[in-house]
Design a protein around this ligand. Structure first.
Ligand code: S3P
Length: 172
């Protein structure tokens, strides 16, 4: 069976959806950010603070390669920026993976992120207005990379269960 890669902007629901998909399919879920945190013994926030974003992107690329090259069957949840650096977007098209972009609108993302920004260094210190503009521009810039996924699932106005069903149909 192919490894399943879930990707999309911060707040699109990658981890929650992956956990639910994992329960239903019995395929283990690996969260890329958690794997980096375990390996470095630092939180993502601490990595950004101590070593900067460029260093984080290097770790992220290395961990992405490690996870897709392992022989374990898995559902892999990427970080929101993973496809957008180090040509990682090209890896989304590998034949031995099923990559799925969880697509959310600016409003959905803003409403979810406005109360969940503290662990996310890119937006942690932003005021609400600034954050909305940032998400709009950032999502626009990143869409090019996200659109390299083999499949796309729109998550706006959908429950987690409905989205998991959409994914199961892709996998069937
Ligand atoms: C990032 C998203 C985060 C995490 C890091 C950078 C990004 O993951 O990898 O803070 O560049 O969008 P989530 O999408 O799980 O929040």
């Amino acid at each position: 069976m192919k490894k399943i890669i879930l990707l999309g902007y911060m707040g699109c629901g990658k981890s929650t959806i992956a956990q639910n998909l994992s329960k239903i399919t019995n395929i283990p879920f690996l969260d890329l950010d958690n794997c980096i945190e375990k390996k470095t013994n630092l939180s993502i926030k601490e990595i950004f603070e101590k070593h900067g974003e460029i260093y984080f992107r290097k770790l992220e690329h290395e961990m992405f390669l490690e996870l897709i090259q392992s022989s374990e069957n898995s559902i892999i949840g990427l970080g929101g920026g993973t496809p957008c650096y180090a040509n990682n977007h090209l890896l989304l098209q590998r034949d031995d993976l099923t990559s799925i972009y969880l697509k959310a609108s600016i409003d959905t993302l803003y409403n979810r992120l406005v109360h969940n920004k503290s662990k996310r260094p890119l937006i942690a210190n932003m005021e609400e207005e600034e954050m909305k503009e940032f998400i709009a521009k950032h999502l626009f810039d990143r869409s090019f990379y996200y659109n390299h996924a083999q499949h796309k699932v729109v998550v706006d106005n959908r429950t987690v269960d409905e989205t998991v069903q959409d994914i199961l149909e892709i996998l069937a």
